[in-house]
Design a protein around this ligand. Structure first.
Ligand code: CTP
Length: 442
């Protein structure tokens, strides 16, 4: 029996795919189709696949052409599969001409002519792109805009900034650059807000009232009543309101959560997260202090692993001077019913930015800077049992955050990466900090 194998993403299955599968099948007696997993696709730069892995597998199955469907999850898997399944022919579209010649050592490699005039990318692009307006200033805008260009289905239409001169010079291809927030709202479907946290509440409210979806840098607000009001407004208008914490969207961080919750280190008894950086421009009045810059990121693994029902918490801050509200350093200690947590954040001090999650069987160790998670280890008493995990993180992770936002808008559902309770619990800490409740100073 002659066995043939082929691989693809098969997003929004089209006749180009079907023609390829038919021809691949006719090369032998048994066709195996490898459908690429979402994570593997991300590492190949396909970052805005519309359908989930299950939907894509179902679509391939419904063609009736595959005798067997497998999932492609890692680089180098093709060689493994060819050996394991005793493959005679590897077939792929001519857009890959030459790229898989290295497999000739293991089986025949056949490139089949690609069907002209159709591709999943074209179909994705035909659906109207979401136009996004950004509220923020350079230099942060540079990173954000360059990563956003890699997300299809999204176009940056406008920037609202207080620094018009530098923005005009830096972003000549953005149609609208203004200091008028209303003008920005008129021109877009959705907004991304990166302004000082004290401005978020008014800006989000205005955007939601104008029927715009909102992605807002965390913390969303500094007051829990305001936060609930905004979520209620978004719900009543069927709009997406979501928090931007880049770490939450990284594959490695998400996998770590699943492994930790799945019991890999037994019962979790302690979560310790540290995030620090030095000040950009000291004494800049619009600068975000430690708790605003790093608090949400540091709190994320605590709430996502231990929940938000802690019994006690205490904040300890060091301010630049007695009358200042700028904390150079804040430590937040929690007591949960069966665990403890500690978050250290600093903007103006430096420490080892690691994340350690301790359990009854072992611990997770995520080296600095843990918030740009691409690698972590699970360590046990016997070092021979230790495991290392690596997942590619492209850029700063802004791409994944934006892809998730676009998908939430298209599918009319909140993202799974940051739960509403987590957003609320983050706001509660900000509120306590602002009102100096449960707060000691050093
Ligand atoms: N294919 C083809 N003709 C097309 C499109 C795809 O023969 N018009 C083949 C590809 O060469 C590959 C398989 O179908 O062997 C799966 O391709 P995939 O990458 O999933 O589809 P594309 O439409 O090329 O997706 P994209 O636009 O995202 O690259």
């Amino acid at each position: 029996m002659k066995k043939v194998i082929t691989y693809g993403t098969y997003d929004i299955l089209h006749y180009g795919h079907i023609r390829l599968l038919k021809r691949a099948k006719s090369l032998g007696d048994y066709l195996i189709v490898g459908v690429t997993a979402d994570d593997y696709d991300k590492t190949r730069g396909k970052i805005n696949v519309k359908q989930s892995l299950m939907e894509r597998i179902e679509a391939v199955r419904s063609t009736g052409l595959a005798d067997e469907i497998i999932v492609e999850e890692y680089e180098g898997q093709k060689i493994d599969d060819i050996k394991r399944y005793g493959i005679d022919i590897f077939a792929i579209g001519s857009d890959w001409e030459g790229k898989f010649d290295y497999l000739k050592e293991y089986c025949d490699v056949i490139y089949l002519e690609r069907t002209k005039g159709i591709s999943s990318s074209d179909i994705r692009d035909k659906n109207r792109a979401i136009s996004l307006g950004i509220v923020g200033n350079p230099p942060f805008l540079n990173k954000f805009i360059s990563e956003s260009k890699l997300v299809n289905g999204l176009k940056i239409e406008a920037i609202c900034t207080s620094n018009i001169e530098d923005t005009l010079a830096g972003f000549t291809d953005i149609p609208i650059i203004t200091s008028d927030y209303n003008k920005l709202l008129e021109a877009v479907d959705a907004v991304y807000i990166y302004s000082h946290p004290t401005l978020h509440y008014q800006q989000i409210k205005k955007a939601l009232r104008a029927n715009k979806h909102v992605l807002c840098e965390s913390p969303i607000t500094l007051d829990i009543t305001e936060c609930n009001e905004l979520f209620e407004l978004a719900r009543s208008k069927e709009l997406i309101l979501t928090e931007a914490i880049k770490t939450a969207y990284s594959t490695a961080y998400y996998r770590l959560l699943l492994l930790a919750k799945g019991g890999k280190i037994g019962k979790i008894v302690s979560v310790d997260a540290t995030c620090t950086s030095l000040r950009d421009i000291p004494n800049n009045t619009t600068e975000w202090s430690s708790i605003y810059s790093w608090g949400p990121t540091g709190l994320l693994p605590v709430y996502q692993l231990l929940g938000t029902d802690y019994s006690e918490k205490i904040l300890t801050s060091h301010f630049v001077d007695k009358n200042s509200s700028y904390d150079v350093f804040t430590k937040i200690d929690f007591i949960f019913p069966n665990a403890v947590a500690s978050v250290k954040v600093g903007k103006g001090i430096k420490s080892e930015g690691e994340l350690i999650i301790s359990g009854t069987k072992g611990y997770f160790y995520v080296p600095a800077p843990w918030w740009k998670t691409d690698y972590f280890e699970i360590r046990y008493e016997n070092p021979l049992d230790n495991k290392r995990y690596f997942y590619q993180l492209d850029g700063e992770g802004i791409i994944y955050e934006l892809v998730t936002f676009v998908q939430s808008i298209e599918q009319h559902k909140a993202s799974i990466y940051i739960e509403k309770e987590v957003t609320e619990a983050i706001v509660e800490i900000m509120q306590d900090f602002k009102n100096r409740i449960n707060l000691k100073t050093i």
